[in-house]
Structure formats: C-alpha cells, structure tokens
Design a binder for this molecule. Sequence first.
Ligand code: H79
Length: 454
Amino acid sequence: MPLMYGAQSEGRRDDETMRRFRHDRFGQFIHWGLYSIPAGSWNGVTYDYAAEFLPQSAGIGPARWAGLVDDFAAPEFDPEAWASLAADLGARYVTVTAKHHDGFCLWPSSLTDFTVAATPRGRDVIGELVHAYTARGIAVHLYYSVLDWHHPDWRYAISSSQDEEAFDRYLSYAGEQLRELATRYPNVRGFWFDGTWDESVKANGRWSWEIECMLKRLIPGAIVNSRLRADEHGARHRDSNGALMGDYFSGFERRLPDPWDRTVTAEDWEACVTIPQNSWGYHAGAEVARTHKHPLELLEQLVQAVSLGGNLLLNFGPRGDGSFAPFEKDVVHTLGAWLETNGACIYGCGPADGWDYPGWGYYTADAETGAVYAVVTRIPVSGAIALQLPERTRVRNATAVATGRPVPFAVRDDRTVRFEVDRASVIPLAFALEVEQRDDTAEQPEVNPDLAGI
Ligand code: H79
C-alpha cells in the first residue's frame, strides 16, 4: 500500500557509516542519571524492579524526584576513565542515555531547567563523554527517551483536543531537543530512541518520520534505530508493508533471536542486554545482584549475536558517584581479554552461510577474508568437536584464533571434520577455518535427462 511515513529506504544501508556500525558488532550501553543515586531504594525500602523505574515502583512524583538534582555531584565521574573502560571492554561504540524516561538531561539543554547544569556537578556530561570516546576512536550514539515523566505535556494517549494540543507541544519540545543534540554534538554517529510504544506516539508516525529526516540532514550518515519509528497507521519498527523503518531493528531487548532463526540475518539488528536480570540503571539491591549474569554468558550472547548478523549492546549502569561497580569491571576484564586475542571472530564478522547451528557453539564468518570461525562455547565431555561442512566444501587448514597455532583435524567423511579441544578450557575457544570449494564434478552423479525438471 502507498505510505507517506513508512520506511525511508529499501533494503540495507551500505554507506561507510553503516558499514562501520555493522563491522563494530559490540557496543557498550550506558544508563546513567538521577536514578543511579537511589539505586533501587527509597526511604529504606528496596524495590527489586529496574532502578530507572524507581519513580513508578515507589510512587515518587516528578517534583520529589527532581529534588535529586541536588545530589548529583558525581565526584568520581571521569570521562577519560569511562572511555578507557569502554576500550578495555573491546566496545567499538557506546550508546549513552542523554535523557531517560524521567526527563532528566545529561546535557545543559536550553529547553528545560531539568538538566545536569542544575546539579552540583554542572557542566555537560554528554559533551565531555562525546569528546573522550571520540578521542579514542569509539563512536557515540545518544539514547533519547520520547516517553517523559517530567514534562507536563506528555500524554500516554490522546483523548481530547486539549491532550492533542499538549502532546503537540511535547513533540515540538522533543524535536527541538533532538535538533539541539545533533547541532551541539555533530560527531555522534547515531540516535537510539526508546519509550515510543504509547498510543500517543503511535498516533504521530509523521513526527517520527520528520525526526529521522532532520537528524540525517543535520548529521549526514546518522544511524537511527527502528524503535523511533511508526508509520501513519501506527505500525512500529516495520511499516504497514513490512519494510524496516530506521536503519536497524532494535526490538530485541534483554533477549536474543533464537539461534536457529536465520531469517533475522536479512536485516541489520542490534540486541541490548543487561548484566542483572532486569535493571539498566545501577541497582544496589542484594536480590538484583544475585541475578547478575556470568561474564561468560555475556560473551556467549555476543558470539550468538554475531553468528546471526547482529550487534550486541551490553549495558553498564555506573553508580551515582560516577564509578563502576566491581561486577562490571569483572565483565570488562573477561570480555576485553577474550576479545583482545579472539576479536577476529567478532569484529567485521557475520553469519557463516551454509554452516548450520552446531550444538557446541556458533559459526561466524568474515565476508572480506572468507574465513569461517568455529566458536566453541559448550565443550562436550568427550572433547571432540564435529563440524558439518556445507556441501562441496573442504577445510584446508584450521588454526586457534588466540594463538595462531595450527589445529590438527581429522576428515571423517565427506561432510564432517573432527578435532579435539581442551576440555579444561572455560572460555570460548575460537578456531579459524580456511575453507575451499571442493571441485567434485567427477563425483557428481550424472543428471538423468528423463528426470530433469521434476
Ligand atoms: O532503557 C531501558 C529500559 O529502562 C527501557 N528500555 C531499556 C533500553 C524500558 N522502558 N520500559 N521498559 C524497558 C519495559 C517496558 C515494557 C513495556 Fe511494553 C512497555 C510493557 C508495556 C509497554 C514492550 C512494549 C512490551 C509491550 C510493549
């Protein structure tokens, strides 16, 4: 059907900015704001739900919540240290919350007083971070919540003409803030929208279309997630014709696509995940701490995402004082050390066509070099790994990615090679396979002309 505010382009973007985003594969998400200070507790009561939802969990009105600006001193906040942590993690880009649902802005917006400028810390957190990350070659995306609990004109739904006028004012406010962000920080590579699921936003597909146009005009090549978008019929992420809106699908939140679901490889996508079960902002509660994922589980999620042609955005929630909790530093060390020696199977890689999902882990492939990577995340008790080769291929050579050493393997039959792995290893073992086409025309059964065409 003809659409005015559907997808702005057909198929994948293939410009340099998008290729780099796709190549980067691993990003760090940063949730930092006023919610990082109470960290899930209010008046002595701990609420196990997400720390950034504390105003809702504890029933704190916007005016009381805004009182937290006086506590935002962040003595430990050091943009250089944050950038160095992102680099140690192996993240190639960082997505930072410029404004979350509570409406508090980490940059000194001229459109509201509810910003970092009103805090004892003052200055411009977003500006300082953009500078520090960019200086290290780490690209920055800005997270912006359209949902806003602080702004008096926000509406969940439009049920009167007053609502409509109020919400129009709100959308102009948000649009001006986005123009401000894109103008102040022209080096950012993209925008990550959230809080767009309410009826009021779905009824304003045109606004989301215009915002996408504006951001791309102000920052040529800017990358926008699908979550910003709705079309004129209220279809989200994908328009009423099924075409992806924005530049990549951002609907995988706290979950990854099923490892068997190869259909996801048709689009660019990014999954965002938390270290605790369900908190993006820093949560100091003991129950939440018990749900922290093991760094190796996160590493497996990264490999899984890449094997399906997606990016992984791994969330960190710095504490209110600007420091990172020890459990997050653990994640940085484990993932960073692994990526340092095994990054070849992640950066620049995507799905390995023709290689079926194996029980012991994942395959990734580097389309540029043609290398196929076997990444073993679940070592069988036997220590034996069997690779099912795609038809008419042969493994010429296998090496361990971390050491570059050759790995002996046995050809079992036409389609299977086997090798032994170190059963004591706890970290994923990545192997680079040099694969060649097998010229076995001679072995091909002749086509019976009587059967041709059946
Ligand atoms: O910033 C982090 C969270 O604070 C934020 N998104 C991540 C990146 C977030 N906001 N809300 N939620 C997560 C959960 C909200 C889920 C719901 Fe819904 C929104 C339930 C009903 C409306 C999603 C959309 C599920 C159904 C519709």
